[in-house]
Design a protein around this ligand. Sequence first.
Ligand code: ATP
Ligand code: MG
Length: 489
Amino acid sequence: MKAGPKAKTDDSPLPWQPRSTGAARFRSFCDRFVRVPKGSNAKAKLRLRDWQLELISSIEDADPMPRTAGWMLPRGSGKSTLVAAYGLYRFFADGEGSVVVVVAVDERQAGIVFNIARRMIELDEDLSARVQVFKEKLYWPATDSYFHCLPASPASLEGLDYTLAILDEAGVASREAYEVLTLAQGKRPKSTLVAIGTPGPDPNDQVLVDLRTAAADHPEDKSLVWREFSASGFEDHPVDCEHCWSLANPALDDFLHRDALVALLPPKTREATFRRARLCQFVTELDGAFLPAGVWADLGTGEPVPDGADVVLAFDGSFSDDTTALLVGTVSTVPHFDKVKVWEKPSGDDTYRVPVAEVEDEIRNACRRWNVVEIVADPFRWTRTLQALEAESLPICEFPHSPARLTAATGDLYSAALNGRLSHSGDPTLAAHVGAAVIVEDARGIRLSKASRSRKAKKVDLAACLVMAHSRATWRATHRKKKKVRSFK
Ligand SMILES: Nc1ncnc2c1ncn2[C@@H]1O[C@H](COP(=O)(O)OP(=O)(O)OP(=O)(O)O)[C@@H](O)[C@H]1O
Ligand SMILES: [Mg+2]
């Protein structure tokens, strides 16, 4: 079919009377009219995967229907194809005067989704008979509906009035373009902005990151939905970890080919690039990480600390003002660790205070579950709790965070981890905290720290507990007290 207006278009309605609603109606549209335009399954019916339908459902089945959807997926997961099909659906199914716009960093990028949509039309007789195809727009005269392809320059977007806007490549799209698109909303009872993409190289300037943060900070905000497929939280796993690959790539071994990913592994691409583009992990650089990649994951056994075991408990809340962590480790020269609990400030809640009574109760519970020989904590901020628990005859032991002591304890933990002389449960929060910890070194020695002082920086409190618990658990194992420690009932 040649581009350009056709002399005559078929004015009859689409031969399609779905009884379904929501995402199921979209599926019915794809089953009836949409073919895969290229690549794997080319020219076959676009068979939507369950995870693709779930994404659409996050808009179509939500009540109220959100105004903005942010979807983060790795490269090659069919993002452009899915939003092209969804754009067509809204173009054909939203009724009179619907306007779909596709926007991306530049015209070429916006053209990707537009060209997929155009090709989908060409591959179906019923659709192509009804639509006029132009270089940068589709027009359906019978309903006066448009499907535009626009560059992301704010000037070209001013004054828009759309039913659906698709911002492709939202990991690199400009903030201005996104803002103009959001501001254009509100003129119609139903309008949706879908921002879809893979994390871009600059984590500080990304529409995608802004949406992700906004969704996390305001879970009550029904006007925004966020969906991601990522191995976020597993940054300490090796770059070729199969678990991370399948976690982040729903299309893997389906229309995303594993050998292509293998071929891209570092050193062919930089590790940070691979992690960002293929695992949707927000990594800038890995220098300064406490443990080399993969070391922590290899120490995981999947086992908890057995009830009744001789253990050390460690708790810490001094690294970030709003997080408190409680960790358990067996008294052994090769100790085994697990998270007991982490209390974290819900994002956006500025009135949050650490629930001290709850922390104390959790410590008491732990003392019933295991034979706790020592409860170790940095006395900073916890003096009263330590005194109260000590008054109940709990075995409190202060671990003052003096530079000399921390340097020794951090160094011991490091060499134990590297030499396989400790193990852990595989708890993901524990892994995330250890993965986020970096070494800082100054004249006073080395210690663990967060990567940045920002309140949004990833938490490392369990890693701080680990330094203390490891130090005390191994010390206890080699200096057993003669007197049996009284257990707390
Ligand atoms: N069910 C399906 N959904 C989406 N794409 C499919 C499906 N089956 C096969 N494909 C093919 O898989 C490929 C997906 O490529 P697409 O450009 O949509 O992915 P993308 O995530 O936008 O990639 P990029 O990260 O490069 O922008 C296309 O060639 C498409 O035709
Ligand atoms: Mg794409």
